[in-house]
Ligand binder design. Structure first.
Ligand code: NDP
Length: 418
């Protein structure tokens, strides 16, 4: 009850994020137009930044129906919960603890096997790459309609039940940020399934690009194989540690509005840009370059995985004897902060690893065009902003203890530099 009152108050003393209502309009347009631009580039294979001739898209209704059916299949696979287990998310500010079906790895395998079977049965993957823009338009349309539905549905919630960052009372802003944090239909967590499906969609598009290369050239491009392998490895790892995903910031704290929906759409259409680029330009890097890129990826992955696992294990059980080597700092909230090992070097070693991984993808495309690097540039901006937001959140949670922690762990993302 006290918690509900607190949330009621937080709605009344509302602080806008992302530039408020004007920012909501601008970001909605920017995310949508940017993804349309990248998708059109991927479909046309014309990579000059200023040359833009969006391919003509037709068959929107059929494509929208196919995207919807595919997504429904993902929902059914989630609900069936085969190949995974039920895991608890974090305790929400309402005091509730939601359960999640963590079978994403199984669902990924089902999707890959289904695609392989379809290809073996004669399905032409060029039907997909030739409809990318249309698929994007269908996805945006569906997300736009879903966001309107979610806004109308969320309007009947009490203030205490609403997303604390999406209850300003300004229609555009609340529609953009999402009125509800975790809309559910029975055991189906809509936000989480959308997120998982977007990641699976990225891998499926990558596989299409690999197969299309084979159909075009009848040989194997090692750059494309490496790119597919490292991106698949990243996703397999992500789903293997799915227990960490369900407690991540996006899943816990972001409302399901147009903002997060369009960011989910960006995942398949923007993340497949490097494999699409290598396919359409037939980029083949020398083996030595591929080795150096693989090393960058492995080091980045090691930093990313080791630091995330260290924090997650510590948060799960701070008294775990296996973590006895870690130095910690007590806080008045009762929680402790790590101040040694990975989390003593900088405040977000996991972001550094993620950036190295993202750079390794872009480097696979050589240096002829900027577009395959936009994802990495975007990630830098996103993580810089995320670091700022997380720091503000931690300052609120830990007060003066957070300032003390920042004096002990001086660097934010890159030890010794930033
Ligand atoms: P973090 O995993 O860094 O989590 C931040 C939280 O960890 C803080 O709010 C705090 O929460 C806790 N924490 C911070 N410092 C310490 C410490 N010293 N000791 C113990 N706990 C601490 O951030 P995100 O959730 O933003 O990122 C999760 C992963 O997702 C990262 O690997 C990131 O790189 C990745 N990511 C990837 C993106 C992509 O597009 N590739 C985009 C965004 C993120 P509390 O105290 O409440 O436990």
């Amino acid at each position: 009850m006290g918690e509900a009152n607190h949330r009621e108050e937080s709605c009344q003393t509302f602080k806008f994020k992302m530039g408020g209502p004007k920012g909501a309009v601008m970001f909605s347009i920017f995310f949508t137009v940017y993804t349309f631009y990248i998708t059109a580039k991927c479909q046309s294979g014309k990579w000059d930044v200023l040359v833009f001739q969006p391919p003509v898209s037709d068959g929107l209704t059929e494509v929208a129906a196919a995207v919807t059916i595919w997504f429904l299949a993902q929902c059914i696979l989630y609900i069936m919960s085969i190949g995974g287990k039920q895991e608890p998310g974090v305790i929400l500010s309402s005091g509730e603890r939601l359960m999640y079906n963590t079978n994403a790895l199984f669902v990924l395998i089902v999707n890959i096997l289904s695609m392989v079977a379809a290809i073996l049965l004669g399905y032409d993957v060029r039907l997909i790459s030739g409809s990318l823009v249309c698929m994007f338009e269908a996805a945006v349309l569906l997300c736009f309609m879903s966001s309107l539905y979610l806004y109308i549905k969320g309007s009947s919630l009490s203030h205490a039940e609403k997303n604390p960052n999406g209850c300003s009372g300004r229609i555009i802003y609340d529609w953009f940020m999402g009125l509800e944090l975790n809309p559910r239909w029975r055991s189906l967590d809509v936000k989480y399934v959308l997120f998982r499906s977007a990641i699976i969609g990225w891998i499926l598009l990558n596989i299409c690009n690999l197969v299309e290369y084979w159909m075009l050239y009848k040989n194997i491009n090692t750059t494309l194989v490496l790119l597919n392998a490292i991106q698949l490895a990243y996703v397999v790892d992500y789903f293997w540690f799915e227990g960490g995903v369900i407690v991540s910031r996006d899943i816990v704290h972001e409302g399901l509005g147009y903002n997060i929906l369009v960011q989910f759409i960006m995942i398949p259409f923007c993340f497949c840009v490097q494999t699409r680029y290598v396919l359409t330009t037939d980029t083949k890097l020398p083996n030595i370059n591929l080795c150096l890129i693989a090393i960058l990826y492995v080091v980045g992955y090691y930093i990313y995985r080791a630091s995330n696992s260290e924090k997650n294990s510590f948060r799960k059980n701070p008294n775990d004897p296996k973590l006895h080597y870690l130095m910690t700092m007590p806080t008045s909230s009762g929680k402790q902060l790590l101040i040694s090992s990975w989390w003593g070097m900088c405040r977000h070693p996991n972001y550094l690893g993620d950036l190295m991984i993202s750079l390794s993808y872009a480097l696979c495309t050589g240096f002829s065009h900027l577009i395959p690097y936009l994802g990495t540039i975007f990630l830098v901006l996103l993580l810089l902003d995320r670091e700022k937001q997380d720091s503000e959140g931690c300052k609120q949670k830990y007060g003066a203890d957070w300032d003390k922690y920042c004096r002990i762990v001086k660097y934010r993302i890159i030890p010794g530099i930033y």
